[in-house]
Design a protein around this ligand. Structure first.
Ligand code: TEU
Length: 543
């Protein structure tokens, strides 16, 4: 199957693109340290080109003490030595470009590491020029400024005795929040962005961008009053370079806010990652309190986003990333029906309007992992265990939550081969390799024409060859059906139908009259039947 080359000189090229997220620590090690590196990514570019993707979203590779796997940056213009050198990064950008693959870097602008020069200076004294780069409140060691709680557990405030002050952090204490009210902070961050644009980076993913405009006195973290002013300035000063693609991580986005973020005039960002669909299968706002997926609600959620942003903004399409459990274990079936359910979920997503993001290993149908607590590395998992057991939860119940929802599920090393450490490293992997790599691995997928890998390749090719994927309007069929997700996309005389059985049982479904003689673009069963078989998915098309 020939790859269709995307013309990136066209405005809005990213609307036809498919991106692939790499979590560098877990992708490919070439030095035997047990940690993936930039040369490892370079060595796998041909694999990614074969898949057909147009860009790589690279999780953080800048210098970092790695308290939160690189989301704690100590130097925004340096490569962490554990991943390689600046020369390796330049080589990656150039080698990727040769294959028409853009590099999209991850920008952590809400907070820095406590080891960043700015924070080390800020700690020196209240009148240090960098002190006001962070957020401080005077007080004594016994009285927290307020009761705000950080995302990773514990208060959002940490006391510095020699200053008699608390500093604010929405994540770990080693990730102090930057003070966006200070114009020098903003200008400093823009200069880091320009540094990478000059190196040839073609876009950015912006970590927790909806949390930059915080106001601790009002206990506001997400969607602060100045958020969109800050974003417009950021965009004007740093992103107007021709053709840059920008995607903001915005847990607090709803459809109306997303219209601002992704306004077609480009005044803010290209698009955002919103998470409404990722929060439906839980009983509280906390992801740890998991529940079965309510399909009717999921469908309604997608319908609102698809129709809401049509011509008014742009969607990103994803169900996996480095913070989320593996989708085949979550909404599919990671045992008997692993292959058909992985393909079904891909069909559901890739038929929609927006820019798809594939997370490393998703194209192989990689699954969650079940480890004893001490084998996990993620700071969030350990803090959760500490906090929930202290609150009276049984250790067994907490472990269930971790197995279902822990972030390390997504971070186990990429499974390249059936051999030792899945071909990821010759050393000791920093996080356990999933034992199922003997069955689930890239080598096996590439040798099997019916694999999940080739199914994704086909979906990517379709998206680039038929404009209905990019432009078509969205209509949800049978909204009340609790088992089948079906929708149509229409554009002039081009019509697309997507049908997905979300269950492990055969279910009745009548193909709409107009599609009776339509062509099957892709399907996860080789033939048709009167019912939809377990996790069956079909994409039909006619003009
Ligand atoms: O994540 C933002 C965030 O709040 C959640 O995704 C969080 O990781 C967790 O899943 C909530 O339970 C971003 C990054 O994607 C994440 O890896 C970082 O740890 C976090 O920001 C801090 O930079």
């Amino acid at each position: 199957m020939a790859n269709l080359i995307l013309d990136k000189s066209k405005r809005g090229w990213w609307q036809s693109a498919v991106f692939y997220q790499i979590y560098p620590k877990s992708f490919q090690d070439t030095t035997g340290t047990g940690i993936g590196d930039l040369q490892g990514i370079i060595s796998r570019l041909d694999y990614l080109q074969k898949l057909g993707i147009d860009g790589i979203w690279l999780s953080p590779v800048c210098a970092s003490p790695q308290v939160d796997n690189g989301y704690d940056v100590s130097d925004y213009c340096a490569i962490d030595p554990m991943f390689g050198t600046m020369a390796d990064m330049e080589m990656l950008i150039a080698e990727a470009k040769k294959r028409n693959i853009s590099i999209i870097m991850d920008l952590v602008l809400n907070h820095s590491s406590d080891q960043h020069f700015w924070f080390r200076e800020a700690l020196k004294s209240k009148d240090n020029p960098y002190h006001d780069y962070y957020i401080w409140r005077d007080g004594d060691a016994d009285t927290l400024p307020n009761d705000m709680w950080s995302v990773f557990g514990g208060p959002t405030w940490t006391y510095v005795p020699h200053l008699g002050q608390w500093y604010f952090h929405q994540f770990a204490p080693e990730q102090p929040d930057l003070n966006w009210e200070n114009p020098k902070v903003r200008q400093g961050l823009y200069s880091f962005i320009r540094f990478w644009v000059d190196k040839g980076v073609e876009g950015f993913r912006l970590d927790v961008i909806d949390q930059i405009a915080k106001d601790p006195d009002l206990k506001v973290t997400t969607n602060g009053p100045k958020l969109h002013d800050f974003l417009r300035e950021l965009s004007r000063e740093a992103f107007q370079e021709e053709g840059l693609v920008t995607v903001g991580e915005a847990w607090g986005a709803d459809v109306e806010r997303a219209k601002l973020y992704s306004a077609p005039d480009g005044s803010e960002l290209s698009m955002v990652f919103q998470f409404e669909h990722m929060g439906l299968d839980q009983t509280s706002w906390q992801k740890w309190d998991f529940a079965p997926l309510p399909l009717v609600k999921l469908k309604d959620c997608y319908r609102r986003w698809q129709q809401g942003l049509a011509e008014k903004g742009w969607n990103s399409l994803f169900v996996n990333n480095h913070d989320l459990p593996r989708i085949v274990s979550r909404w599919g079936d990671d045992t008997v029906y692993r292959v058909p359910s992985a393909k079904m979920l891909a069909t559901m997503l890739h038929g929609m309007q927006g820019t798809p993001y594939i997370y490393q290993g998703e194209e192989l149908g990689m699954t969650n992992i079940k480890l004893p607590l001490e084998e996990y590395v993620d700071v969030e998992i350990h803090n959760l265990f500490r906090d929930r057991t202290a609150e009276g939860y049984s250790p067994e119940a907490v472990m269930e939550s971790i197995w279902k929802r822990g972030r390390d599920n997504a971070r186990t090393p990429m499974q390249w081969t059936a051999g030792e450490n899945a071909g990821f490293t010759t050393g000791k992997p920093w996080l356990k390799v999933n034992p199922n790599h003997t069955e689930i691995n890239a080598e096996a997928a590439l040798a099997d024409p019916d694999s999940i890998f080739y199914y994704y390749q086909k979906l990517i090719e379709l998206r680039k060859s038929l404009p209905v994927f990019r432009e078509g309007s969205f209509e949800l069929l049978c909204p009340e059906d609790e088992k089948v997700f079906a929708y149509t996309r229409d554009m002039g005389n081009a019509h697309l139908l997507v049908v997905c059985n979300f269950t492990s049982k055969a279910v009745p479904f009548e193909i709409p009259e107009a599609f009776r003689n339509a062509k099957t673009l892709v399907a996860n069963y080789p033939d048709t039947a009167d019912t939809l078989r377990p996790y069956e998915a079909r994409m039909l098309y006619y003009e």
